[in-house]
Write a protein that binds this ligand. Structure first.
Ligand SMILES: Nc1ncnc2c1ncn2[C@@H]1O[C@H](COP(=O)(O)OP(=O)(O)O)[C@@H](O)[C@H]1O
Ligand SMILES: [Mg+2]
Length: 224
């Protein structure tokens, strides 16, 4: 269980806090979805949960234990927005192994299997993969570390309809083993698999009901 209590992030350079008294609870094997417009603080929230940004105030717990940034770096696996832009391996093997030469073939295959890429040759260049495959490779890079919490920043952004569907069904599958926290400005298909939803506006997080958001999304656009 992930539990955030009154989390605030207020760098001195900004007149108002970027994250304001955030409370959030996420159970294991659940997917939480935070929906907010650009600039609302979504990436900052994920970076805080990944231990990359130190909160100004508030607490983060995993089960009963309060976590430091160092704990969070071990617990969480953050997949950045457009992760393919940061690929630096020249092969799939290099990309997955980056910084961890000790990983065995078995672990690497396991991670690639989990994201449906085990059929590809390990010497394939990450840049030659389709957009959807690149996103899945970025997920494998985190999964191999066995994080408890997967943090995904705009995982469907820039993908076409069919790749988005594939990615969403992969996330639905990963939920069986991990807690997932996904942030997006465009919930779309992600709503279908979310167990918990929140909206984020100007750093304020409010719970939202996934079912009513789904119903709203299914209403036809008014014709003008
Ligand atoms: N370290 C920082 N110092 C000052 N402002 C920041 C910092 N990090 C993010 N911001 C600002 O905080 C707001 C939220 O940013 P971000 O978390 O990237 O939003 P989102 O991911 O929802 O688009 C933006 O207005 C951004 O410019
Ligand atoms: Mg962002």
């Amino acid at each position: 269980m992930l539990y955030l209590k009154d989390l605030v992030y207020h760098p001195t350079a900004t007149p108002t806090p970027i994250l304001k008294q955030i409370d959030l609870e996420l159970a294991p094997q659940q997917m939480g979805l935070v929906i907010g417009p650009s600039g609302s603080g979504k990436s900052t929230l994920l970076e805080t949960l990944a231990g990359l940004t130190e909160p100004t105030a508030g607490q983060i717990f995993w089960r009963e234990q309060e976590l430091t940034s160092l704990h969070l770096q071990q617990l969480g696996g953050l997949v950045f927005q457009f992760p393919e832009r940061h690929f630096c391996g020249s092969t799939i093997l290099e990309e997955v192994r980056l910084g961890h030469p000790e990983w065995k073939a078995e672990q690497i295959n396991g991670a690639l299997e989990a994201v449906g890429l085990a059929h590809l040759a390990l010497h394939t260049s990450p840049h030659s993969l389709s957009g959807g495959q690149q996103r899945r490779l970025a997920l494998a890079v985190q999964l191999i570390r066995q994080p408890h919490l997967l943090l995904l920043d705009e995982p469907t952004a820039g993908l076409d309809w069919s790749m988005r569907r594939q990615l969403v069904s992969l996330l639905a599958k990963l939920k069986a083993d991990w807690s997932l926290l996904v942030v997006t400005h465009d919930a779309g298909e992600l709503l279908a698999i979310a167990d918990r939803c929140w909206t984020l506006n100007h750093g304020e997080l409010h719970p939202a009901d996934p079912q009513s958001l789904r119903a709203k999304a299914q209403q036809p656009e008014p014709v003008s």
